[in-house]
Design a protein around this ligand. Structure first.
Ligand code: SAM
Length: 222
């Protein structure tokens, strides 16, 4: 796995980002103890900031885990906002429910147990911010399912745009640059396929934020 940023720079980025609160600190401690792959605090701060920058009212997440990324988004939402959490693991979703309740966000939040790519069909748009953080080989499927529901001016954020446990960065980089990397696992081709699709979509402008495990931020411009 590549080191995206030297430790000193990562710590610096974390210090500059929005403050955490005691619930985020507790979630960070849980993630550390369990080795659970949250987006982490520097990306969390960006999710909050991006939601504020687009004046987000409605957010949809593909893959919410125990609610870490959702909690950061929720801090930027107005009182009449909405965030949809999706998760295939009932225990994770129960924990998310408890963290969101403790943060005072329960009234904003819908909790959906099951496949996010199916669940999104049950919701009307528009969504102002979308997080794609489900199975890597299904990122493109998730994007295509939510694409018609992304508001103009909204953002789609894909986590693990650079790395994650099974992603082969050398191969991903080769694919993104149009080279043939040889044998590649489906997680790596999934992220490359997603970046290719969203990058070629004339309705979106995409750029990378190389923090955490890398997020691709795609702004809907048409
Ligand atoms: C990398 S974790 C990240 C969770 C969260 N976004 C965070 O930052 O803490 C991905 C989560 O997505 C869930 N997941 C995977 N595929 C899914 C799917 N198709 N629908 C809903 N959840 C899914 C997994 O169970 C896991 O909890």
């Amino acid at each position: 796995m590549p080191e995206i940023l030297p430790d000193a720079t990562a710590e610096f980025a974390r210090a500059i980002g929005p403050d955490t609160d005691e619930i985020i600190d507790e979630m960070d401690a849980q993630a550390d103890a369990e080795g659970f792959p949250t987006v982490g605090p520097t990306v969390g701060g960006w999710l909050q900031l991006l939601a504020r920058m687009v004046s987000a009212r409605r957010v949809f997440e593909f893959g919410s885990g125990f609610g870490y990324s959702a909690y950061w988004f929720a801090r930027a939402l107005p009182d009449d906002g909405e965030i949809v959490l999706t998760e295939v693991d009932a225990d994770e979703l129960d924990q998310a429910r408890e963290y969101m309740r403790r943060g005072g966000f329960d009234d904003l939040t819908s909790y959906e147990l099951g496949d996010a790519v199916r669940t999104v069909d049950d919701y009307e748009g528009p969504f102002d911010a979308v997080l794609i953080d489900n199975e890597k080989h299904r990122y493109r499927e998730a994007f295509e399912a939510v694409r018609p529901k992304v508001a103009e001016g909204g953002v789609v954020i894909a986590d693990n745009a650079v790395t994650a446990g099974p992603i082969d960065f050398e191969a991903l980089s080769a694919l993104v640059r149009g080279e043939d990397p040889g044998d590649v696992n489906e997680h790596t081709t999934g992220v490359a396929d997603y970046l290719d699709a969203v990058g070629a979509d004339p309705a979106f402008e995409t750029a990378l934020i190389p923090l955490g495990e890398g997020i691709a931020v795609s702004h809907r411009v048409a």
